[in-house]
Design a protein around this ligand. Structure first.
Ligand SMILES: C[S@@+](CC[C@H](N)C(=O)[O-])C[C@H]1O[C@@H](n2cnc3c(N)ncnc32)[C@H](O)[C@@H]1O
Length: 355
C-alpha cells in the first residue's frame, strides 16, 4: 500500500464520492422495486401532490412505511417535496419512465434482476473459484422476469417501429404471411410482438429452458393470438424452415454460437434473413469501458452471459460485449454471405445476415 502521506487527496475524495454514490444506488434498489411492485409510482402518475397519508390510502399500504419511502425517493431526486404542505410530486417526465409497467418507456423491469443477482451470488462465487459455467436455467426466476420486462419495453419501443424496417424487404414479405422463428425466446416478449405485428405470419418461439417456454405459452394464451407457438429446443436443433430468424439478446449466451448460426442458416429460406439483436458494443474493449451502460453490460456478462456460454457444449464464453466486427466474423464463419449492421440504439446493435 502507498504511504497515505503520498496520496493525492483530491483523487481519494473523488473516488470516495463515487463509492458512496454506488452504495446509495444499491441501497435504494430494493425500495425502487417495491415502488413498482406496490403500485406507489403508479399511484403518483397523475402528477398531483400527495401527502404520505393520501398515498398510503391510495395504495392500501401502511402510512409510516410510505412516508419513509417517500423521503428516500425525494432524497434521490425521483420525487419532489414541498415542506410547506408536506406533499410529494412524481414529475410527469419521471412518471413516463417508472409509473406504467406496460409502457415502452418503462425502465424499472431491470430492478427484478437485483434480487436474482443476490440470490445467485454464492453460486457465482463458487464459479469464480472453479471456472465452471452457470446455465441460464440455474438462475433465480426473477432473472427471467426482469429480462422479460426490461428487454420487453425496448422491443415494444423499437422492434416494429425501427428494427424490422431496417432489414431489407422483410416487413413487406411478412405482411403477406411467411414464417418467423424467435430462437432463445425466453418468456416470448419479442415473439408475441412479432405475432401481433404480422397476423398472417406463423411465429415460432424456441428456447432450451422448459420453464421459460411454459411462461411464454401462458403469456400467449393471455393474448389469444392464434399464429404463435412455443417449443423447447436449442439453437442447434430447432425444427422448421423460416423467412426470418431472430436472435434477441441470446447469441452471446450460447456455448457454440457458430454451430447455432450454421443451423440457423440451414433453417432459412434461400432469400431468408437472420436478425441478430445484441447488447450495444464497440469492437475494442476499452471503447466499452463507459458508465453507466458499459459497466452494466460487463457486470451482467460476468454474472449471467459468460457463465451461460461456458456451461454449454463449445463453452466459448465470449461475454456480451462482442461488437460488430466479432459478430460479423461469427456469422461469416457459419457461412452467411452478407452481414451488415442494420441499425443501432444506445443499448442495442442490430445486424442483418443473409444466407
Ligand atoms: C438474455 S435471455 C433473452 C430472452 C429473450 N430473447 C428476450 O430477449 O427476452 C437469453 C435466452 O437465451 C436462451 N438460450 C441460451 N442458450 C440457448 C441455446 N443454446 N439454445 C436455445 N436457447 C438458449 C436462454 O434460455 C434465455 O432464455
Amino acid at each position: 500500500m502507498t504511504n497515505p502521506a503520498d496520496l493525492d487527496m483530491a483523487k481519494v475524495e473523488q473516488f470516495m464520492h463515487q463509492i458512496i454514490g454506488d452504495l446509495s444506488a444499491c441501497t435504494a434498489a430494493v425500495l425502487i422495486r417495491l415502488g413498482d411492485r406496490l403500485g406507489l409510482y403508479r399511484a403518483m402518475a397523475d402528477g398531483k401532490p400527495v401527502t404520505s397519508t393520501e398515498l398510503a390510502e391510495l395504495t392500501g399500504l401502511a402510512e409510516r412505511y410510505v412516508r419513509e419511502w417517500l423521503h428516500a425517493q425525494a432524497a434521490g431526486g425521483w420525487v419532489s417535496y414541498d415542506p410547506d404542505t408536506a406533499t410529494f410530486i412524481l414529475p410527469a417526465e419521471h412518471a413516463a419512465l417508472v409509473a406504467d409497467p406496460d409502457a415502452p418507456t418503462f425502465l424499472l423491469g431491470g430492478f427484478d434482476w437485483i434480487p436474482s443477482f443476490w440470490a445467485d451470488a454464492d453460486t457465482l462465487e463458487a464459479a469464480f473459484r472453479s471456472g465452471a459455467g452457470i446455465g441460464w436455467h440455474q438462475h433465480d426466476e426473477r432473472l427471467f422476469i426482469g429480462t422479460e420486462r426490461f428487454f420487453g419495453a425496448g422491443y415494444k419501443m423499437n422492434l416494429v417501429a425501427s428494427w424490422l424496417p431496417a432489414l431489407d424487404g422483410v416487413v413487406d414479405k411478412l405482411a403477406s404471411g411467411g414464417r418467423i422463428a424467435d430462437v432463445g425466446c425466453g418468456h416470448g416478449a419479442a415473439t408475441l410482438l412479432l405475432a401481433q405485428a404480422f397476423p398472417d405470419a406463423q411465429v415460432h418461439g424456441f428456447d432450451y429452458h422448459d420453464a421459460s417456454i411454459a411462461a411464454a405459452r401462458s403469456r400467449a394464451a393471455d393474448t389469444g393470438l392464434g399464429n404463435v407457438k412455443f417449443e423447447t429446443a436449442t439453437s442447434a436443433d430447432f425444427p422448421g424452415q423460416y423467412d426470418l430468424v431472430c436472435l434477441f439478446d441470446c447469441l452471446h449466451d450460447m456455448g457454440d454460437p457458430v454451430g447455432a448460426l450454421r443451423h440457423i442458416r440451414q433453417s432459412l429460406a434461400e432469400d431468408g434473413t437472420l436478425m441478430i439483436v445484441e447488447p450495444m458494443a464497440f469492437d475494442r474493449a476499452e471503447e466499452n469501458h463507459h458508465y453507466p451502460l458499459g459497466r452494466m453490460f460487463y457486470s451482467a456478462s460476468t454474472m449471467i452471459c459468460m457463465p451461460s456460454s461456458l456451461s454449454q457444449p463449445g463453452g466459448l464464453g465470449s461475454g456480451n460485449q462482442l461488437g460488430p466486427a466479432r459478430l460479423t466474423e461469427l456469422a461469416e464463419q457459419a457461412g452467411f454471405s452478407t452481414v451488415r449492421v442494420a441499425t443501432t440504439t444506445p443499448v442495442n446493435l442490430i445486424l442483418q445476415a443473409r444466407p
